[in-house]
Write a protein that binds this ligand. Sequence first.
Ligand SMILES: O=C1O[C@H](COP(=O)(O)O)[C@@H](O)[C@H](O)[C@H]1O
Length: 224
Amino acid sequence: MTLEFVEYPDREMLAMALANRLVGELAQHLRVSDSASLCVPGGTTPAPVYEMLSGSELEWPRVTVFLNDERWVDGDHPRSNSRLLHRHLLRDKAQAARYIDLYTGDATPEQAVPTLTETLVPHLPITVLLLGMGADMHTASLFPAASETVMALAGDAPPVMAINSVKDEPRITLTAPALRNALNTHLLITGADKREALERAQKLDPTEAPIREFLGDITVHWAE
Ligand SMILES: O=C1O[C@H](COP(=O)(O)O)[C@@H](O)[C@H](O)[C@H]1O
């Protein structure tokens, strides 16, 4: 189990190098397999990486893309993670990828769980997983000290769960077993606050610092 920490001179270099690395891992997998899956975060940090990825040469029609988690809002809502992907990743060459939208339009995320489970399971284990992290050490929609986080971290958790105990809107998230089994795992963080948060997380229990659950075999990509 190794945590590799890669520090970049700036965010642009980070975006270029990380996009190259993700594309390389997907391409390598496609040499021995018919298809590959790419599971990515939402939030405010990853747009520059997605811009780089979207223009990358890859057999995108053989790649299925889905989010780590989604907020239960329409696809054109400013807080929609899917909106971020459509604007920055699922365009240019990457437009040819297959996309599984975690927001189904059902009234609640609970209603979407059976369909999403059936749709996502054939794409597990995830070929390439990119995680994000909030300064509060949450990742995907696994939040510190939230009642549902304990269930989502359990070894027998279903692959997808609805999350209602956080502020703002309900959410849907992939759970620890689905995320932990990825073949290649990366974490993207920027800024001094997140670097400090990551250092703190390494000493805490995953229920207090959910990112901790994924700090085994992982490459962390950081720039100021
Ligand atoms: O709410 C979320 O936040 C995290 C971190 O986002 P950031 O804005 O701090 O980059 C993100 O990884 C997750 O997918 C998203 O739903």
